[in-house]
Design a protein around this ligand. Structure first.
Ligand code: ZN
Length: 457
């Protein structure tokens, strides 16, 4: 046995994994967890008494510096990953979205060049599939070879929305390659119709946004996608689930043994559609798609997380400057969709999940860290285990944090949780053995983050 002191020891914390909870020390050598035991000696020791020690959180759905027409989502690779680290997230998966006609590998090179030297935490990429011509499908195996085994398919948005036959063709190829589809499931023709009708009636404020995208049609699109995936034999994860109608579809599919998975996000668990009624265009802050829903939907989502129907909590982090949100004054359909959330996920789900008795601490870790890493193929991430990456969060269950824009670190001029104060916040965030954030101060290195070559197991 190597008797040298460890590079770092996290002592006396209560370790929470997806399976159990116990008190022990963690010894780190280099970038890896080398030992879990008692009385470990380190060159540096952090006393984690009174804290939970959990795997660095894994957020498999974020949009940093995402272009939309002539604007770009406001967090860049640097600010977004720094905010993530403050909130206890040590791995993210963003997207590479080829321009029309652009070879996917070229789009990947450009996206990697943006992240290089800027990312503070490790990152993977999904590939958006908005062109399902044979030429593009023929390149998917190459993407898998370079570490991108997950593909995003859209059933909404102009220029991205696929028809049923296109969805089927993509899913068939994804199945053949043993890859995973991530789906935005809504019924776009109905949304387009409702938007047109509402605007024609002079209903232009943010409060009409949820009316244009009914929950029942999110459920319908999910059911249709599940049928297509079943025919194709594909594994599919439904993204950013907002409502009970989708939960029902996923529960039924899984009961039949289909490899269908579901992801939801804190905004759907914590906020309801009432916020769209706020005066002075404030509702625009909360415009995201699918929209926030009713209290009954929230209850269905919490229950589905606790009973295993849904596997993943991620953020769909996609912040916009307020001046960009303002473009939708007079036409709610022109409000750029997306909300900030990359920093607040662990704490919101601890406060409203674990503290409120809706999730056990193990379920919380499983949904925010372990299961996303397994399902989306991040090797060595999301677990406290000898040999795993030393991505560790020391989480103080008593630390109080108001979720105001002023206190948070995203590059955006408002918060969607302005009136919420959580109890439970990271005391330190460690990525591959390096302390990135300690007591609210970023002490990591910009550019520390590496591209994760993912592979599904
Ligand atoms: Zn998204």
């Amino acid at each position: 046995m190597n008797m040298e002191p460890f590079d770092l020891v996290i002592a006396n914390g209560q370790i929470v994994t997806a399976a159990d909870t116990y008190t022990a020390d963690i010894g780190v050598r280099g970038e890896k967890i080398a030992c879990i035991g008692r009385g470990l000696r380190g060159r540096r020791t952090i006393d984690a008494s009174g804290c939970l020690v959990i795997p660095g959180a894994v957020d498999v759905h974020v949009h940093l510096q995402m272009p939309l027409g002539d604007i770009t989502s406001s967090d860049d690779w640097r600010s977004g990953t720094m905010a993530a680290a403050h909130g206890g997230t040590t791995s993210i998966v963003d997207f590479v979205d080829p321009l029309p006609g652009q070879p996917p590998l070229q789009a990947l090179e450009e996206r990697l060049a943006e992240a290089e030297g800027q990312a503070c935490i490790d990152y993977g990429l999904h590939m958006v599939l908005s062109d399902v011509s044979g030429k593009t499908l023929a390149q998917l195996s190459r993407m898998i070879d370079v570490g991108i085994p997950t593909f995003k398919l859209f059933m909404a948005y102009e220029g991205k929305c696929l028809t049923d036959d296109q969805l089927y063709l993509a899913l068939r190829e994804i199945a053949r390659l043993g890859a995973l589809a991530l789906i935005h499931a809504e019924n776009y023709p109905i949304i387009r119709l409702f938007v047109r009708e509402l605007l024609a009636e002079g209903k232009t404020e943010p409060r009409w946004h949820p009316r244009s995208r009914p929950a029942i049609m999110e459920g319908e699109a999910t059911g249709r996608l599940i049928a297509l995936a079943e025919m194709a034999g594909a594994h599919a994860c439904i993204a950013h689930i907002s409502c009970a109608a989708v939960v029902c579809q996923i529960r039924a599919a899984r009961a039949r043994g289909l490899p269908i998975y579901g992801e939801t996000c804190p905004q759907y668990l914590v906020l309801t559609q009432d916020v769209y009624e706020r005066p002075d265009f404030e509702g625009a802050r909360y415009v995201c798609s699918p929209p926030l829903r009713a209290e009954e939907d929230q209850a269905a989502l919490w229950k589905a997380l606790a009973d295993g129907t849904l596997q993943v909590i991620s953020t769909d982090h996609c912040p916009w400057w307020w001046q960009d949100k303002e473009r939708g004054r007079g036409d709610f359909s022109r409000i750029p969709g997306g909300v900030p959330g990359i920093e607040t996920r662990l704490s919101l789900t601890y406060h409203f999940g674990v503290r409120a008795g809706r999730l056990t601490p193990q379920q919380w870790v499983n949904l925010c860290c372990t299961r996303p890493a397994e399902l989306f193929g991040l090797p060595g991430k999301g677990k406290i285990q000898v040999g795993a990456d030393a991505d560790i969060v020391i989480f103080d269950p008593e630390r109080v944090m108001p979720l105001t824009a002023e206190r948070l670190h995203s590059q955006v001029d408002y918060s969607i949780y302005e009136d919420i104060t959580v109890r439970g916040w990271p005391r330190a965030t460690i990525s591959r053995g390096r302390v990135l954030v300690e007591d609210g101060r970023f002490i990591g290195l910009v550019g520390h983050g590496r591209f994760i070559r993912r592979r599904l197991v």
